[in-house]
Every structure is written in structure tokens, then in C-alpha cells.
Design a protein. Structure first.
Length: 259
């Protein structure tokens, strides 16, 4: 056999062996798999997605993230990233629209196979307008049967986005006249009542019925939507004396007595 023909035949045999080896590697190759793909955080105009995959055969694999508004036409986010297996990667996607549904999918790839995650959804946060307290009317009295003081606030608020609202009446007991009201209301209220799932513009009545007699309270109305809380101005009241307390002992009634 001529030397040239021998070399050619040897190369052909090597190619065949390489093809056979490659085919066997493909046959026994274990598919890579996606361990996790989630939204790490989101804002009104951005989303951060994290993903991780692994492969039993290869030390390195490629990650590619797809993202977009059209579920059927997702766009690749940058170049494919070749990383060590079980490496968590992060994609920060910006310039998005608020309160909008987007879709995303992670693809990982070893030498032979591509594997895709299911397509997931994420909705960006909404740019929110805080609710407005339109009016507050208050009244107080003492229950003739129980002898307990009550305080009532009738209020109405509106929300530009039409969110359901939560109304809260908070009351803080003042120990004495020297108490700093701004510091007082930073703590937990002495009394509190809330009503939820209120339609914007609907009038709401909030009543606390078991206040101490002849006591000064600071109160405030708060209205919350899904994202923001609007605090009303601070008000003060002094509850009535039932006529049975120490302050009313003697011949003269105090001006706060209710008999």
C-alpha cells in the first residue's frame, strides 16, 4: 500500500472512531437540568431574575435568559453565559413599564442538549397615588347603661386608582399635659379600630366604646390602600366624667360630669 493511501485510510478510520465516540457520548449524555429560576426583586420599572442549573457530565454549561411582554416572542437578554455548573446567575432588566405583566424563561445548555424552563410571569410594581382623606366628623358621649365613654369618627376617603381602602382610628392616652404628642404617637396606640375592604368614596364610621373617664386622648385617622398610608391630622379630646369619680366628689359638679 502506498504511503499516501495508508495515511488517508488511517485518517478515515480515526474520523469514524471519533464519530462513533461522539455518538456514544450523545447517547449516554445526561441532560442538564434547571435547579431554580425566580424573581429576586422588582420595582415599577425593573426586574431582577436569578437562575441556576447543573449538569452531571460537564463542568461548564451555558445559561440564556429570555424575557418580554409577548409570551410567544421572548427576547434573549444579552449573550449566553458559560459558567461553572450550579452557579447562580443574575439578570437585572431595566426600562420596563409599571404595572405590566412580563414573561421570562431560562435555557441551559451542555455540549449536546438544550433544556428550557417553563415560561413564568412577573408583574412590575404599580406607580401608586396615596389615598386622600376628604372629611372627618367626630363626636363623643358616655353610654348611660355601661357608664363607658365612647368616641366616634365618621370619615370618607378617596383613592385615584380605585383601590379598596383600610380605615383605622388610633387613640393614645395622655398621662399628663407635659407629654410630647409627636413622641406619644410614635408608640403603640392605647386603643385602635379598623375597617377593611372599603370602596373609595364610601363613608365609614369608626367607634371606640371603652375609654377611661375624664382622660385626655390624642387621636388620628389613617387610610391605607395597597401601597401607601395617609395619616390625618392629630386631634385631642377629653372624655366625660361619670359623676362617680374622685374629681366629682363634693358639692360642686365639674364641667365634664354626666349624671
Amino acid at each position: 500500500m502506498e504511503h499516501g493511501n495508508y495515511v488517508t485510510e488511517q485518517r478515515n478510520e480515526e474520523n469514524v472512531l471519533n464519530e462513533v465516540e461522539e455518538h456514544l457520548n450523545k447517547v449516554i449524555n445526561k441532560r442538564p437540568y434547571i435547579q431554580s429560576i425566580n424573581v429576586k426583586e422588582k420595582t415599577t420599572n425593573s426586574v431582577v431574575i436569578i437562575g441556576k442549573g447543573t449538569d452531571e457530565d460537564d463542568e461548564k454549561i451555558k445559561y440564556t435568559l429570555y424575557f418580554g411582554e409577548d409570551k410567544e416572542n421572548l427576547e434573549q437578554q444579552g449573550e449566553a453565559r458559560e459558567v461553572e455548573r450550579e452557579t447562580e446567575e443574575e439578570w437585572n432588566i431595566t426600562g420596563l413599564k409599571d404595572n405590566t405583566k412580563y414573561y421570562y424563561m431560562l435555557e441551559i445548555e451542555d455540549r449536546y442538549v438544550k433544556v428550557q424552563s417553563e415560561i413564568r410571569e412577573v408583574i412590575t410594581d404599580r406607580i401608586n397615588t396615596a389615598p386622600v382623606i376628604e372629611e372627618v366628623r367626630t363626636s363623643k358621649d358616655i353610654n348611660g347603661e355601661t357608664g363607658k365613654n365612647w368616641f366616634k369618627a365618621v370619615t370618607r376617603g378617596t383613592d385615584e386608582e380605585g383601590d379598596k381602602l383600610i380605615y383605622t382610628l388610633k387613640m393614645w392616652k395622655k398621662a399628663n399635659e407635659e407629654v410630647n404628642e409627636q413622641e406619644l404617637v410614635k408608640g403603640e396606640p392605647t386603643k385602635k379600630i379598623s375597617k377593611e375592604n372599603i370602596t373609595s368614596g364610601e363613608e365609614v364610621e369608626l367607634e371606640i366604646t371603652d375609654l377611661e373617664e375624664y382622660t385626655e386622648y390624642v387621636y388620628r385617622i389613617e387610610i391605607a390602600d395597597t401601597q401607601d398610608v395617609t395619616e390625618g391630622i392629630l386631634g385631642k379630646i377629653r372624655t366625660y366624667c361619670s359623676g362617680k369619680g374622685k374629681i366629682c366628689q363634693g358639692e360642686e359638679e365639674c364641667e365634664f360630669c354626666v349624671r
